[in-house]
Write a protein that binds this ligand. Structure first.
Ligand code: GRF
Length: 201
């Protein structure tokens, strides 16, 4: 699969995916493009360092989300992208992107969905006082972190955890998990039936 990673921020998951590919751990997956809605974000610098092309567009330069996404779709099609991997991309996706890429957009979220969807899932988990949280990789639909779950891993909340210490433990799980799911997807092993997914052997 030819992959585009979408990211808005630090890009540590982007870096983990690139590293996995360099280590031969992304199976048939090949990261061909970074898409960011924040041209100044650190992730753009990471793409440059890794020699990966970047499409950096400011949504406010377009007359609406549809036109912004149409520009992205044109570039994805030009590069024959088959899988969209969201990694800290802080925007909802409209039908302009969802329709041509139905079943081919995945996201990673730092909680055990459906708990703590939306922004600051780690802060939400700490405030709620749960003892167990985790990471979810899921298909993307038009909602906020609402698509079918592909994989989940749990992470313990420890006494005295701060947002930083918990985030660090969650990130380490993400860096191992996301490349594995992307590799499974690239190998055609992820199947979706209604809301139920299976990862085959
Ligand atoms: C990750 O925790 C991911 O789960 C969430 O946004 C964060 C992105 O971090 N969706 P980074 O930009 O990959 O460092």
């Amino acid at each position: 699969s030819r992959i585009a990673v979408f990211a808005s921020g630090q890009g540590s998951n982007f870096a983990a995916l690139v590293q996995a590919q360099q280590e031969g751990k992304l199976g048939g997956g090949s990261i061909e493009l970074l898409v960011s809605d924040k041209p100044e974000a650190p992730v753009a610098q990471r793409a440059e360092e890794a020699g990966i092309p970047a499409l950096l567009l400011r949504p406010k330069d377009f007359a609406g989300r549809e036109l912004y996404e149409a520009a992205i779709v044109a570039e994805l099609q030009r590069r024959d992208i088959g899988l969209i991997v969201l990694a800290g991309y802080m925007r909802l996706i409209s039908p302009v992107l969802l329709e041509p890429y139905a079943g081919r957009i995945i996201n990673i979220h730092p909680s055990l969905l459906p708990a703590f969807a939306g922004k600051d899932a780690i802060g939400q988990a700490l405030d709620y006082g749960v003892k167990l949280t985790g990471v979810t990789v899921h298909f993307v639909d038009g909602g906020m972190d609402t698509g079918p779950v592909i994989a989940q891993r749990s992470v313990e909340v420890k006494p005295g955890d701060t947002a930083d210490s918990l985030a660090e433990r969650i990130h380490q799980v993400e860096y191992g998990m996301y490349p594995e799911v992307v590799a499974a997807f690239a190998a055609g092993k992820v199947e979706l039936n209604g809301r139920i997914t299976t990862i085959g052997e």
